[in-house]
Design a protein around this ligand. Structure first.
Ligand code: GLY
Length: 575
């Protein structure tokens, strides 16, 4: 194994809730509350969400306020200049999914990131204006608020404006994130002016004030989506894009709309899963893996056992191979989602999985390995009535394309990098990826974001999601298994070390302590290969009823939240 840096966490087998449980040692108790719960990646944003719930807002109101607030206090991934997904389940059982992911500008073309020999030009799809897709966040937040919220735009946006105008004191976690992109901030003066302190990285205890962003938020407060896509802000984005070699024009901004789609749904044991449909690959992959795993005795095998890990790794391998052929855009013909989440299809895969031997990825199916940026953010919210919002949104990489249109304070995404830039060219594994995720004008790139909600007998039991690129999908899967099969409580399920297999490359990533030495040996004997991997997720989860599935409530509390200790800035808080 190759040693890599590691952020935090201690794990081992322990006694839990009076029964033997292969769970995490010394997991903090989940945060318990009676009336509502918010878990987000930044503590100030969590407080804003809880405040909205306390003032009588529903979960959608709180999500909109948290979404705007994170654009201010979590600029690495919270955003106005990116896009995302929201899975909603209403207290009466209705459910829906909002797609406000970025779209390729009208002038985008299949080969726009290739040189004349068909090679990818490094950095063109990740840094600078050509990397930016047409942003969807403001459209998505306003769509959600108008259709499903109850509070005024001003009430939901004002807390974010205050944080941008007055500034907020940076903690060490905030400063560490800003420092990670300091070199890039220096390359773009309009960005450096905001996120550097007179050319130097900020220190903990200093105040980050964002007057331009406050002005943009005010303009959204006054005019709604037009305050972002049109007028002064829209014009500034178009002007800066042109000057910076980008292709976003006013027509692209005018055309942007949020799509409301039916979520992907499936059953796993006694539970019902509601998750993200294409353009995400997440919900399909989660359902495919759960269908495969349903017939394996994971509970008897035990958490961390070689057998359970083998079963999980093989389910991941097959689902990620299929994922490579998923079209990124649900509007395009030939979407195989329903076939892939059929139980009979899972049975065929189980027939192909050998019980004691690792599969060989390159023998499974051609396509392209996942490569979504891993720097996203997720928040989970449940309100007093039981309406649940699971929202993941992103700039793709930390601080996106690192560019800001002068005078707007808005960081732009580098979501164009989630397309497959060279669909005709065989990759390192000898496979040509094909057209499913090729760039086309107006098209949405494929995503791994997997905001998920789980019910049982028609009642809400779980809300969860995470950043992490392709590791989003496997982190959500393992958290579900930790709760349903391994009977952990919500915090233990979030804390537990994770593995990640994505078909290509044919090696399984393992967080520290995920594999004991003798488990590794057993699995390596079956043909598995492992690599140490630093944590990539910041999971935000809420369980309803009790800290664990089928467990007992603590006092009158109905909601139990878990913030992932892998991130340094988040908070679970209820009231
Ligand atoms: N850019 C991260 C994702 O969409 O999965």
């Amino acid at each position: 194994m190759i040693a890599r840096p590691f952020w935090s966490m201690a794990a081992a087998c322990v006694w839990s809730l009076g029964t033997v449980s292969t769970a995490i040692a010394a997991s903090a108790p989940p945060v318990a509350a009676e009336n509502g719960m918010v878990v987000s990646a930044q503590h100030l944003a969590t407080h804003i969400g809880v405040d909205i719930l306390k003032r009588g807002g529903n979960a959608i109101d709180a999500a909109v306020a948290v979404g705007y607030a994170l654009a201010v206090v979590y600029p690495a991934a919270g955003n106005l200049g990116g896009g995302g997904f929201t899975t909603i389940r209403f207290a009466d059982g209705r459910k829906t999914f909002l797609d406000f992911r970025e779209k390729a500008p009208g002038a985008a073309s299949r080969d726009m990131y290739l040189d004349k020999d068909g090679n990818i030009i490094k950095g063109l799809s990740t840094v600078g204006w050509l990397a930016a897709g047409v942003p969807g966040t403001v459209s998505g937040l306003e769509y959600a608020r108008k259709k499903y919220g109850t509070m005024s735009r001003a009430a939901l946006i004002e807390p974010a404006i205050k944080l941008a105008e007055d500034g907020f004191i940076l903690d060490q976690g905030d400063v560490d994130m800003l420092a990670s992109a300091a070199a890039d901030f220096r390359k773009f003066p309009a960005t450096g002016e905001i996120f550097l302190n007179k050319g130097q990285p900020f220190s903990a205890g200093q105040r980050l004030v964002q007057p331009d962003l406050a002005e943009t938020l005010r303009s959204i407060e006054r005019e709604g989506v037009d305050g972002f896509y049109r007028g002064k802000t829209g014009a500034a984005i178009v002007k800066a894009s042109r000057a910076g070699g980008g292709i976003i024009d006013q027509e692209d901004l005018d055309r942007y709309t949020t799509r409301e789609l039916p979520p992907i749904e499936c059953d796993y044991r006694a539970y019902h899963v509601i998750s993200a449909p294409p353009p995400s690959s997440g919900g399909v992959a989660i359902c495919e893996m759960l269908n495969i795993l349903e017939r394996y005795p994971l509970r008897q095998s035990g958490w961390g056992s070689a057998q359970a890990l083998h079963d999980e790794i093989e389910a991941m391998r097959y689902a990620f191979a299929d994922r490579s052929g998923l079209p990124s855009d649900p509007d395009l013909a030939g979407n195989p989602s329903q076939r892939l989440i059929d139980k009979s299809y899972a049975a065929k895969i189980r027939d192909a999985i050998m019980p004691d031997k690792a599969g060989i990825s390159r023998e499974i199916r051609p396509g392209v390995a996942p490569h979504e940026g891993s720097h996203t953010t997720h928040f989970s919210i449940v309100d007093d009535a039981g309406t649940a919002v699971s929202m993941t949104y992103t700039l793709n990489d930390w601080f996106g394309a690192r560019v800001v249109a002068t005078g707007t304070g808005v960081l732009m995404n580098d979501e164009m990098d989630d397309f497959t830039p060279n669909p005709d060219t065989a990759n390192a594994y000898g496979f040509a990826p094909g057209d499913a995720n090729a760039i086309a004008p107006g098209k949405t790139p494929r995503s791994s974001m997997t905001p998920t909600i789980i019910t049982k007998d028609g009642k809400l039991v779980l809300v969860l999601g995470t950043p992490g690129g392709s590791k989003i999908i496997t982190a959500v899967l393992q958290t579900i298994l930790n709760l349903i099969d391994f009977e952990m409580n919500i915090q233990e399920a979030v804390d537990a070390p994770r593995i990640h297999q994505q078909w290509l490359p044919d090696v399984t990533d393992a967080e520290r302590y995920a594999l004991s030495p003798d488990t590794s040996k057993l699995l390596e004997g079956m043909g598995h290969r492992f690599e140490d991997s630093p944590p990539a997720n910041h999971l935000a989860a809420i369980i309803v009823g009790a800290p664990s599935l089928g467990g007992k409530a603590i006092g009158r509390n109905r909601y139990y939240g878990a913030n992932d200790p892998r991130g340094g800035t988040g908070l679970a808080l209820g009231y």
